[in-house]
Design a protein around this ligand. Structure first.
Ligand code: PLP
Length: 438
């Protein structure tokens, strides 16, 4: 397989990567099937992260692969501006079914970042359409990740992502994050402490006045900053405060959507209905880039009072791309026919026990689990934040498992099709890695 190695790695400016380090010691994936990648040297790599939280139904899922092949041959591209094609409409209806008809409409994008920026724009335009154009303020949360567009970056709460790119959007504020190692370490599921942090929204309302606030956006479970699970009751409180003040609540479900918590969406898991949900990744099983914003009917309908013509001056050339729609339709079929959620629910307790079996290993200062997600927080090496977890990533890859790290936190999010033997293999190898770190 060595012939697949690229001649030069210089030209590709890799995203969110230490390019110099990677290119001196590359990790190259050349194929994938089911629970496994294969690297350029022919080694099998067990996928502990579904790529990047992307592949709930497993890699190279035959039904999805053939749906994509078929659509490329039939309709390679079709515009959705003042035109349409059947798959985009079929998919929208099927997605509404998948949400249990809690939402009325879906707007297609190509990524999570675009879904977030779309939802923020819809929130602003919605208030304007209703005659409340003063509601321009957007509220995110510390340690939130909402992609890399200027909207998502502005409401996002990760310092290093933001600091080189200012000025960001004006009129944005942030809730405090809910991570509390002192009170909540080693929780299973939702931690007990911290629901009252939602009351910070009341403080922001008092400060800015509700009439200036358009929307609050949060990840129900923060993924990219290391699996921060919401405290019990926190999301319900946010919902109540938003309702009280006419503020829209947006759940960014780019990682939690499509089964990650063993329910269709995190909104179902936490029994909280947001006004909009942003999704991507699992929407097409990661096969073709696609994002989507789900909106309540009343939000969409507010635009119908506008003078006849285009209701929303927004969209992407590839919104509702036929091949992405085909991938997503096939993904929904696989979810149903292969009972992916039921399987995930069945295996979740075994997963949770396996995660918590790491408790007494060196450097482990917290373990967090919810659905088929795990956060494993390590004690940082003094003066070298992130170095210990990054060392774990490299050792894990060499041992045949793919993990993801953010700071000194290892985040795991396997394809939902995994079986007990994969869990045993993943945690057996990970335990070994943890025992051999600096
Ligand atoms: C919660 C959340 N929102 C938005 C995004 C951005 O998605 P994309 O990378 O597809 O733009 C991500 C990506 O990981 C995410 O986790």
């Amino acid at each position: 397989m060595n012939e697949a190695r690229p001649e030069s790695m210089s030209a590709f400016w890799m995203p969110f990567t230490n390019n110099r380090d990677f290119k001196s010691d590359p990790r190259l994936l050349v194929s994938a099937e089911g629970m496994y990648y294969k690297d350029v040297d022919g080694n099998q790599i067990l996928d502990g992260t579904a790529g990047l939280w992307c592949v709930p139904c497993g890699h190279a899922q035959p039904r999805i692969v053939s749906a994509v092949r078929e659509m490329i041959g039939q309709l390679d591209f079709a515009p959705t501006f003042q035109m349409g094609h059947p798959a985009a409409f079929d998919l929208a209806e099927k997605l509404m079914d998948y949400t249990g008809h809690k939402f009325g409409h879906v707007f297609y994008t190509n990524s999570g970042s675009e879904a977030v920026d779309t939802a923020l724009k819809i929130a602003l335009a919605y208030h304007k359409a209703r005659g409340e154009g003063g509601r321009t303020r957007l509220i995110g949360r510390e340690r939130g990740y909402h992609g890399v567009g200027f909207g998502g970056l502005s409401v996002g709460g990760i310092g290093p992502n933001r600091k080189a790119f200012g000025p960001l959007l004006p009129g944005v504020d942030h809730l405090p994050h809910t991570h509390n190692l002192l009170k909540n370490a080693f929780s299973r599921g939702e931690p007990d402490f911290g629901a009252e942090l939602a009351d910070e929204l009341e403080r922001l309302v008092t400060l800015h006045d509700a009439s200036t606030i358009a929307a609050v956006i949060v990840e129900p479970v923060s993924g990219s900053t290391g699996v921060l699970v919401p405290p019990k009751g926190y999301l319900k409180k946010l919902r109540q405060i938003c309702d009280k003040h006419g503020i829209l609540l947006i759940f960014d479900e780019v990682i939690t959507g499509f089964g990650r918590l063993t329910t269709p969406f995190a909104a179902d898991y936490f029994e909280v209905e947001p006004d909009m949900m942003t999704t991507a990744k699992g929407l097409t099983n990661g096969v073709i880039p696609m994002g989507a914003v789900f909106s309540k009917k009343h939000i969409h309908d507010a635009f119908l009072d506008a003078p006849a013509g285009i209701e929303l001056f927004h969209g992407y050339t590839y919104s509702g791309h036929p091949v992405a729609c085909a991938a997503s339709l096939a993904t929904l079929e696989v979810f149903k026919e292969q009972q992916i959620l039921e399987h995930a629910r069945g295996i979740q307790p075994y997963w949770e026990d396996a995660v918590h079996s790491l408790k007494d290993l060196p450097h482990v200062i917290d373990l967090r689990t919810i659905g088929l997600i795990a956060g494993i927080e390590l004690e940082p090496i003094p003066g070298k934040p992130g170095a210990r977890a990054f060392q774990a990533l490299k050792k894990a890859f060499a041992d045949g498992i793919l993990i993801r790290t953010t700071g000194d936190i290892i985040a795991l999010s396997p394809p939902l099709i995994l079986e007990k033997q994969h869990i045993d293999d993943l945690f057996g190898k990970l335990a070994n890695v943890l025992k051999n770190l600096d």
